[in-house]
Design a protein around this ligand. Sequence first.
Ligand code: AMP
Length: 195
Amino acid sequence: MTAGARQRQVVFALGSNLGDRLASLQAGVDALTDDRQIRATGVSGVYETSPVGGPDQPDYLNAVLIAVSPLPARALLDRCQAAERASGRLRVVRWGPRTLDIDIITCDAETSSDPALTLPHPRAHERAFVLVPWLDADPGAELPGFGRVADLAASVDDGGVRRRGDLNLRFSRWGARSSTADVAGDTPEPANRGR
Ligand code: AMP
């Protein structure tokens, strides 16, 4: 870890609607948290969600991962895109189906209007598939410039967002593959571990 660099809270939104969706989300969590400079502090439950916009496509699984990291936001985006590539993601149609999509929702209160990395994520405030899992992972969360995630989640149509109580993501605070307890078996675990 970079000596003296300030730790910031980062909120990642993950989605998958092709192939083994849960395995893809878990691979995304693992890829991010294998980096010892990204320390997970919480993960939401897994939600099945109806696609919003784009072509006709299968339902998504979505989740939110919360971490702390000293890395600049641009480096975090590189990590997200590397994880997407590792999942075999092809960018064919904008907003089309994908094996793994990872967005950065917030990086502390950093703001950026750069199209390559807009912070907070420009559509997070209106996306139930982001707000509902985020609220689950962090009931006190705030979206800079928009207010409490609890209020935002209550104001959007969340009819297409269903909690999958039978599915859970695992993470380790110190690297996803560094603890056998975190990778052994398929036993469902409670969400929000580590909070
Ligand atoms: P998507 O199709 O959702 O994966 O969009 C990917 C594009 O959005 C990439 O070109 C990113 O550089 C850009 N982008 C802008 N802001 C963000 C953000 N906050 N998180 C992830 N990608 C972003």
